[in-house]
Design a protein around this ligand. Structure first.
Ligand SMILES: C[S@@+](CC[C@H](N)C(=O)[O-])C[C@H]1O[C@@H](n2cnc3c(N)ncnc32)[C@H](O)[C@@H]1O
Length: 532
């Protein structure tokens, strides 16, 4: 019998320190949920003789396992928070199940060495790893981070997820898959759906032999009080042909899947059947999608125009700067609304490209210079690495494209792909913030035609089939790049599209006059016109 951690109703233990909720992503699983999860997984002891709970906390899963009708023969739990052991080790073992709880850090331990199994047989890994991201940990100055950020695991993982910020549970998934791979475990963990998707991508890229994957949605708000799409994600490791399709069920109990996630043409898609119907719209988008501007100094840089044409910043101060540095601004919330209101937001743009030296403003725009100097602390306090070594009032995502008179724009945050055609406001090009993507065009008609194509039914169906709308930022540049504009051009009915385009043009803010042009005769000519 090994040492054991406290569990619900077990020996007293010190209350976890308040910061543990944050640093350790400590959302204990209600025992009822742990029981429901085991019921979903089936007769546990019949299928698996050994179970590992990799971050066992108070031991909700261990308790649910030992009292299960078909308990496993052996359970090992791992928990990093030493205070869980205060109050003496309660006896978690039962006549049917041997339980050992290890006080160890799963991020640093080599699981093959740490866990000394007393029994053999099929292995189930079940639990609920921490709900915290590495960025949140960095903010807390926490130590509960993967051992070496240059470790092979993490490097490989970053390369795949494309981000340096990820959920700790993603790292734990990867670690379990790597360390326990030779034991061919079944792994079933509660996690965010975004974590599950990244793990599928990882498994595919590493060619791991996994099969029979499923995502069963849970109500994270009801169980944990957090509004995030979450699930029980299960993968089985085997030695046969891998299968990276994942059945998605709307609940733990749902008898049939509502969709099947899979990797098609190198991309994870939310519903492979739906995707098959729109795959002809997948290709290469001919224009570059740009992201809006980023400055991280909203209090000083973002302004509002009042009814008497006076500008105020977010600090409530009236702002008087050279008007040629002030531009209309649209944010995600403006692009998402069906009827965009008059644009009253303004933004100060200090550069034409990120390399521009902002010191030139001292002579070129003395009023702006003195305003910026008055708020210099805001700029100096910007944490993002992108500003390091740059000019004092530098921005990001600014370039010649930012100043194009017309644009077709979309918010990265919205749950539906809605594209807006934008013209100038008061003769000034509209800027977008960095939650938005856009294609610059020189003339209103090109913007209108492009928006009509991107808002067409085949385009909408394509975006519905490839977008995970429960992601934090569902629409990304990577996704926008995949729509085959030529195919949309061929699929849409020109007269309907032309009517839509014509409707869009008067809506183009500031478009000088209604268009004389009609729907372009030829796709190639249209593309040349946008690019020019
Ligand atoms: C979301 S809670 C879940 C606890 C338990 N699995 C349950 O279902 O009730 C996450 C647990 O992971 C533990 N944890 C966090 N970082 C850890 C690490 N590096 N090694 C082991 N356990 C860790 C936390 O202390 C916490 O108990």
């Amino acid at each position: 019998m090994g040492s054991t951690a406290g569990g619900p109703g077990a020996a007293p233990r010190a209350a976890p320190p308040p910061e543990s909720l944050e640093e350790y992503g400590d959302f204990p699983t209600p025992i009822e949920l742990a029981r429901d999860i085991l019921a979903t997984l089936g007769p546990i002891g019949t299928k698996w003789s050994r179970v590992l709970e990799p971050t066992c906390g108070d031991g909700a899963f261990i308790h649910a396992l030992t009292e299960h009708r078909y308990p496993p023969r052996e359970i090992v739990g791992i928990e990093v928070q030493g205070d869980r052991f205060v109050g003496g080790p309660p006896k978690l073992s039962t006549p049917r199940t041997d339980v050992t709880v290890l006080n160890a850090d799963i991020l640093r331990a080599d699981l093959r060495r740490l866990v000394k199994w007393k029994t053999k047989g099929p292995l189930l890994v079940v639990g609920n790893p921490p709900w915290v991201t590495t960025a949140e940990l960095a903010r807390l100055g926490a130590e509960n981070v993967p051992a070496k950020t240059n470790s092979r695991n993490l490097k490989g993982f970053e390369a795949i997820s494309g981000v340096s910020n990820f959920d700790l549970s993603e790292y734990i998934w990867v670690k379990l898959l790597r360390d326990l791979y030779p034991l061919s475990p079944s792994i079933a963990l509660l996690c965010k759906t975004s974590v599950a998707r990244n793990v599928v991508r990882y498994a595919q890229q590493e060619r791991l032999s996994v099969y029979d994957g499923s995502i069963r949605m849970i109500d994270a708000h009801m169980w944990f009080g957090v509004s995030v799409p979450a699930c029980l994600f299960t993968l089985h490791v085997g030695h046969g042909a891998p299968d990276y399709t994942i059945r998605v069920y709307d609940s733990l109990e749902a008898p049939l899947p509502s969709a099947i996630i899979g990797i098609v043409n190198g991309h994870l898609v939310p519903d492979v059947n739906r995707y098959q119907k729109v795959s002809s719209s997948e290709g290469t988008f001919p224009f570059e999608w740009r992201q809006g501007i980023k400055h991280d100094a909203a209090a000083a840089m973002e302004l509002v125009l009042d009814d008497s044409d006076r500008l105020f910043n977010r600090l409530g101060e009236e702002v008087d700067v050279e008007p040629e540095f002030v531009y209309p601004l649209l944010k995600s919330s403006d692009l998402g609304s069906e009827r965009p209101r008059d644009i009253q937001r303004r933004v100060i743009v200090t550069q034409h490209s990120p390399g521009d030296d902002t010191n030139r403003l001292r002579t070129e725009a003395p009023k702006l210079w003195s305003y910026l100097m008055g708020h210099k602390a805001l700029f100096d306090g910007r944490k993002s690495r992108i500003y390091l070594g740059g000019p004092p009032f530098g921005m990001f995502g600014v370039g010649p494209y930012s100043f194009s008179p017309c644009k077709v724009a979309i918010s990265g945050m919205y749950k539906k792909a809605i594209f807006r055609a934008l013209g100038q406001v008061d003769g000034r090009p509209v800027m977008l913030d960095d939650t938005c993507y856009f294609v610059p065009t020189q003339d209103p008609m090109s913007a209108a035609v492009l928006a009509a194509l991107l808002n067409s039914d085949p385009a909408l169906e394509f975006f519905e089939a490839v977008t995970f709308y429960d992601a934090k930022r569902p629409v990304t540049k990577g996704l926008l790049k995949r729509v085959d504009l030529r195919s949309l051009w061929d699929q849409v009915d020109p007269s309907t599209a032309a009517r839509r385009a014509a409707l869009l043009v008067p809506g183009l803010r500031g478009a000088a006059a209604p268009p004389k042009e009609r729907w372009p005769e030829d796709y190639g000519e249209f593309v040349r016109r946008v690019v020019s």
